[in-house]
Design a protein around this ligand. Structure first.
Ligand code: PSU
Ligand code: MN
Length: 304
């Protein structure tokens, strides 16, 4: 690793002692949730990972340094700055380094940096994908391209139906990105555990998933893996009610001519406003559950 990278003391020790690590993204903190829930969630995610025998590595760029593992002050700093921090995918990283700026890494940016530090398991909420109406806007998240090329497993609750799920899944099939349903046979839709879309593979144990990771990468099949972990039943939201809010949010985004990387944060914020605390609580709980399952997988992968 070069001088642009800084490992936290905790992550450095874990790498040296060869302990399992779980990566976490930072866009979810700055652009995905409001303060102070974003900070509480970020801290609790790390705690869940520690309690389950792994080391958390929240990833972000701070003053031009690619940080693998953040301390509490850095997490607080990002959580308070929120959307003032640049949202950073893979392409933004050299810009942030040159200008010595802060950047909150998306799934794409986090996967890239995690892989540089040889961290192979990453927990988040939902991945980006092909937006509805992409045939006109060409809005396809670079998360999908990252998944096609970077060998990190992403534990998520599928994707929010702000996206065109059918197109997203077709794209992932074209790019040969495996999708594993953890104890489920259908692709989860963030707030809903089930959907009409089958997943190509289902495994019911973290052990089997760990074997899949090892087998894929040892076969020189580079690239990411999606582990789709449904929201716990207790926290599911009514999909028709959500669909109403999603459609209205997309309409507002179109009226306001929101474009490019601003689209997803705008929709997340708008849906947050329309659905209030209920959807935020569900969002938080599904992320916690992903941290838990990611810890199981990281431990089992490590033991192979
Ligand atoms: N979807 C969510 N919550 C999020 C994101 C997506 O439900 O916080 C964030 C993630 O960081 C993801 C990014 O990588 O948005 C995708 O943005 P875009 O669609 O601009 O690629
Ligand atoms: Mn986009």
């Amino acid at each position: 690793m070069n001088s642009f990278f800084v490992l936290s003391a905790e992550v450095k020790a874990a790498l040296e002692q060869n302990k399992p690590i779980v990566a976490l993204e930072s866009t979810i903190i700055t652009h995905g949730m409001p303060y102070p829930q974003n900070l509480e969630t970020a801290l609790q995610c790390e705690e869940i990972i520690r309690q389950n025998g792994c080391t958390p590595a929240t990833i972000a760029v701070i003053q031009g340094k690619c940080k693998i593992g953040l301390n509490k002050d850095e997490l607080t700093y990002l959580a308070k700055k929120g959307q003032q921090v640049l949202k950073a995918s893979r392409r933004d990283i050299p810009y942030l380094i040159v200008e010595q700026l802060d950047g909150a890494t998306t799934v794409s940016g986090t996967m890239f940096l995690a892989n540089q530090a040889n961290i192979k398991v990453f927990a988040t909420g939902g991945i980006g994908g092909v937006h509805r109406n992409a045939e006109e806007t060409f809005d396809i998240s670079t998360d999908l391209d990252e998944l096609a090329q970077t060998s990190v497993a992403v534990v998520c609750s599928g994707a929010k139906s702000i996206l065109d799920i059918g197109k997203t899944l077709e794209w992932l099939e074209t790019k040969a990105v495996p999708i594993i349903g953890y104890q489920t046979s259908t692709f989860p839709l963030f707030y809903s555990a089930q959907s009409e879309y089958p997943v190509p593979y289902r495994f019911d144990s973290s052990q089997k998933i760990a074997e899949f990771l090892k087998t894929k990468w040892e076969s020189n099949l580079n690239g990411g893996i999606i582990i789709a972990n449904p929201i716990p039943q207790k926290w599911e939201l009514d999909s028709e009610w959500m669909e109403e809010k999603i459609q209205s949010s997309i309409q507002t985004a179109q009226n306001k001519k929101i474009r490019g990387k601003d689209v997803t944060p705008f929709l997340l914020q708008e849906i947050g406003h329309l659905t209030g605390n209920v959807s935020l609580q569900s969002n938080i709980q599904l992320v916690y559950n992903n941290c838990l399952i990611a810890s199981f997988i990281a431990k089992d992968y490590h033991a192979l």
